[in-house]
Each structure stands twice: as structure tokens, then as C-alpha cells.
Design a protein around this ligand. Structure first.
Ligand SMILES: Cc1cc2nc3c(=O)[nH]c(=O)nc-3n(C[C@H](O)[C@H](O)[C@H](O)COP(=O)(O)OP(=O)(O)OC[C@H]3O[C@@H](n4cnc5c(N)ncnc54)[C@H](O)[C@@H]3O)c2cc1C
Length: 407
């Protein structure tokens, strides 16, 4: 069996390492961080959104773009960049906004999400890892009649894919999630998805890595940054590092998330992935926090009860790569969350702040492919807003691709 190196121990890399190890390959999982799950996967909204795979580039977002560009929506921020890759990415994003493209992208993402759901069921049957997994169900909250009608059209489209969603009134939503009685905003209607689940992605990464070490003799290499690839006649032979000897490998899977661009100019695919920064705040759960996951569609906020914690995640900032987080944005998120759920976020103590970058492609579809430039190198990157949801399905597709190729 092949010697496989997986670069990146976020949800995507860990899931890929798992299915590769299960298929009998000798796998080394590498990350520049000290352990698994410390990048974009660490503090995300925890949603396993099996039925909500809506691509980011959409007709609705296009209509909203002038307001975003003028800084009128606190949930979004675009910092214009004098970078040809930024404009190229932006133009490709705009080309994906027409309805036909949006639906094709959304349908592909939902198909991948369904594959993920099946792979997760198999994983849960095989392992006893615990990551606060729960089929919590989800309510998407819509503020006005127009957005409810648009949501209704979305439900019909998703029905054709066999997904179970239902439009409910505010009163029905309140009976599904009683904490909504204290929700301080207009709710003209909601979409209930009873089968959507949640779980702590960082705990998943740590627990599954330990399981792989025990069960499949996975090798790990943490605290090391891969800097490039050694080759022989255009075929991968080893991975290079700045501070240790090369690691011989037959196959490398690049699952480097938003840091893909740092892996060197030879990865042309890196140009298709741009970071879109998001933020989250986590507080201890209390008797008033909702148990059903909530998404406030107009404020772009996602709320989740993860074990004994309650989290809000949101904001989408298109900042220059590597510019770091902006501490003012935590205030923006906190104000926005406290405006609707004051009990949970106003004056909350032990509040944990986190920010991470979503590795985003113009179409919202991840890149799961063999490198066109170097044999033996594969990509599993660009999962954007849904990397946790899509991780196991993407891993399955990649492992099948490796199995089908001549490597
Ligand atoms: C605010 C927010 C909320 C979100 N909510 C959800 C949600 O509810 N549901 C959902 O499905 N998704 C959600 N996402 C998206 C999801 O978190 C990401 O898509 C996912 O974490 C990406 O995983 P990844 O493994 O590709 O990247 P990462 O988790 O960032 O992992 C990549 C790893 O590669 C390592 N690495 C990079 N380069 C190198 C190198 N050269 N050498 C060694 N190691 C390297 C990094 O250190 C990192 O650990 C959210 C994201 C954000 C920011």
C-alpha cells in the first residue's frame, strides 16, 4: 500500500486520513500547529448542515452586493485589494451568481453533504469518539414575507433531492424551540430541518486522530510546516520542510484549508481559494439557551448549543490574506447576537472569542482533484462555509479518486 502524507489536520485532513488509513494506506498526518483541529475548524458554528448547502454566490447576494460594498451590512465586509488574484476570484464569484449556476452549485454541495451524512453514520458505528454530536434539528428564521416566499421556493427545490424541510409559523417555531419566545426580532416564518445535526469539529479532529493512532497506526507530525515537494521526473518523491529532513511519500493530499497559498507558487489551484474571515463567541450554556440550532438569515448569525456551551458564529470578511483578525469585529458580533438573545450574550462572563478563515472557492464547491502539475499530489481544499459538513463526503471522494488513479 502507498505511503500517504496528509498536509493539514483540520476536519478535512483528519477525515481524509481516516478513510485512507481504513483503506489500508500507511498515513502520516502533518500540521504546522501543535495538534489537530486548530485552524478554521477550531471554533466554527458546529453545524452539520445536511440540508442547507446553499452556495454563497447567489442572485440574492448579488442584489445585496451594493449595500455590502458600501459597508451598510455589518455581517459582511470587503476590503478591496490591488491583487490580480482578488479580481480574478471576484469575477469568477460574480459569474456564479445567476440562478442556474447557484442551483447547480447548491445541488452539488448538497449531494456531497448527503455522502458525508452516510460516511458519518458509518464512522459513528465503528468508533466511540465523542464530540458533542447531536441531531439537534435547525430553524432558519426569516424576518419578512418576501424572504419567507424565497425560502419556500428553496424548499421545493430541495424536496426534489429528497431533503426534509418544512415552512413553519413563528408560533410553530416557538413550540419546536421554546427559547424563541424571548427572541427579540421579527420572525415572519421559519424553515425547520429536523434531521440537521451538530458537533464540535475540534473535538472530532482530536478524538479521531487518537482513534487512528490506536486502530490504524497513523503517524503524526505536528509543529512542522511543509514547504514544498521533491520530485523525480514530475512525480512526487518526498515532502520538504524548513526544519527537518524530507519525508518520503508516494502520495500527498493537500488539505491545508485557507493556508493553501502558503504552500508555494507551484500550487496553481491555490488561486481559486480565498479566505473569508468569520468570528465566533462561546459562552457557558444556561437554562435559557436554545437547544435547536438557529440561523438568523437577515443577520447571518448561527447559534448552537454544543455540550455545555452556547456559541454564536457569523460575519463574512473578505480581507487581504494573512491580515489577521480585527478585534472590533467581536464587538459587532456580540452586539448583533445580544440584540436578539440578550439573556445569553449581554454581560456574559467567561466568553471565548475565536476567529478563523473559511477557505472559499467562487462556486462554493470544494476542489477534490489530482494536481495537474505533479503526479502523486491531490487536493482536498476550498470547503468555505461548510467544511465540517462536507469533510467526510469529500474524504470519500478523494480516497475513491486515489483508488481509481494510477498514482
Ligand atoms: C465563523 C465560522 C463558522 C463556520 N461554521 C461552520 C458550520 O457551522 N458548519 C460547517 O460545516 N462549516 C463551518 N465553517 C467552515 C469550516 O469551519 C471550514 O470550512 C473548515 O474548518 C475547513 O477545514 P479545513 O480542514 O479545510 O481547514 P483547517 O481546519 O484550517 O485545517 C487546515 C490545516 O492545515 C494546516 N496547514 C496549512 N498549511 C500547512 C503547511 N504548509 N504545513 C503543515 N500544515 C499546514 C493548518 O495549520 C490547519 O490546521 C465555519 C467557518 C467559520 C470561519
Amino acid at each position: 500500500m502507498a505511503r500517504v502524507a496528509v498536509i493539514g489536520a483540520g476536519v478535512v485532513g483528519v477525515a481524509t486520513a481516516y478513510l485512507l488509513a481504513k483503506a489500508g494506506h500507511g498515513v502520516t498526518l502533518i500540521d504546522v500547529s501543535a495538534g489537530p483541529g486548530q485552524g478554521a475548524s477550531a471554533g466554527n458554528a458546529a453545524q452539520l448542515s445536511w440540508a442547507y448547502g446553499d452556495a454563497m454566490a447567489s442572485p440574492a447576494l448579488l442584489r445585496h452586493l451594493p449595500a455590502i460594498a458600501m459597508g451598510r451590512d455589518p455581517a459582511f465586509r470587503i476590503r478591496w485589494q490591488l491583487d490580480p488574484d482578488f479580481f480574478r476570484w471576484g469575477l469568477r464569484f460574480l459569474a456564479n451568481t445567476p440562478f442556474r449556476r447557484w442551483w447547480a452549485n447548491t445541488r452539488d454541495v448538497l449531494t456531497l453533504a448527503e455522502l458525508s451524512r452516510c460516511e458519518l453514520a458509518a464512522l459513528l458505528a465503528e468508533t466511540d469518539i465523542s464530540f458533542d454530536y447531536r441531531v439537534a434539528g435547525k430553524l432558519h428564521l426569516y424576518p419578512d414575507r418576501a424572504s419567507v416566499w424565497a425560502a419556500e421556493a428553496g424548499i421545493s427545490g430541495k424536496k426534489t433531492l429528497g431533503l426534509e424541510q418544512r415552512l413553519v409559523s413563528r408560533a410553530e417555531a416557538e413550540s419546536i424551540e421554546p427559547a424563541l419566545r424571548r427572541y427579540q426580532a421579527e420572525i415572519a416564518g421559519a424553515v425547520h430541518t429536523p434531521g440537521d445535526a451538530l458537533g464540535d469539529a475540534a473535538a472530532f479532529c482530536c478524538q479521531l486522530t487518537s482513534h487512528m493512532v490506536e486502530r490504524y497506526q497513523l503517524s503524526t507530525l505536528f509543529g512542522r510546516r511543509v514547504t514544498g515537494f521533491a520530485r523525480n521526473a514530475n512525480r512526487l518523491t518526498a515532502l520538504s520542510f524548513a526544519d527537518r529532513e524530507p519525508l518520503p511519500a508516494d502520495i500527498a493530499v493537500v488539505a491545508a484549508g485557507p493556508q493553501l497559498r502558503l504552500l508555494g507558487h507551484e500550487l496553481a489551484e491555490a488561486r481559486s481559494v480565498r479566505p473569508v474571515r468569520g468570528y465566533s463567541l462561546t459562552v457557558p450554556a444556561s437554562s435559557v439557551t436554545p437547544l435547536v440550532s438557529l440561523t438568523d438569515v437577515s443577520r447571518k448569525l448561527a447559534f448552537a448549543s454544543i455540550g455545555d456551551r452556547f456559541r454564536v458564529a457569523g460575519l463574512a470578511d473578505v480581507d487581504p490574506p494573512g491580515s489577521g483578525f480585527d478585534s472590533d469585529r467581536f464587538d459587532t458580533l456580540r452586539k448583533s447576537a445580544a440584540a436578539v438573545l440578550p439573556d445569553a450574550f449581554e454581560g456574559a462572563e467567561n466568553l471565548m472569542q475565536w476567529s478563523g478563515e473559511r477557505p472559499t472557492t467562487p462556486s462554493s464547491r470544494p476542489i477534490i482533484a489530482a494536481s495537474r502539475h505533479l503526479r502523486g499530489v491531490y487536493y482536498n481544499v476550498g470547503h468555505g462555509m461548510l467544511g465540517w459538513t462536507l469533510s467526510l463526503g469529500s474524504a470519500r471522494r478523494l480516497v475513491d479518486l486515489i483508488g481509481a488513479g494510477d498514482n
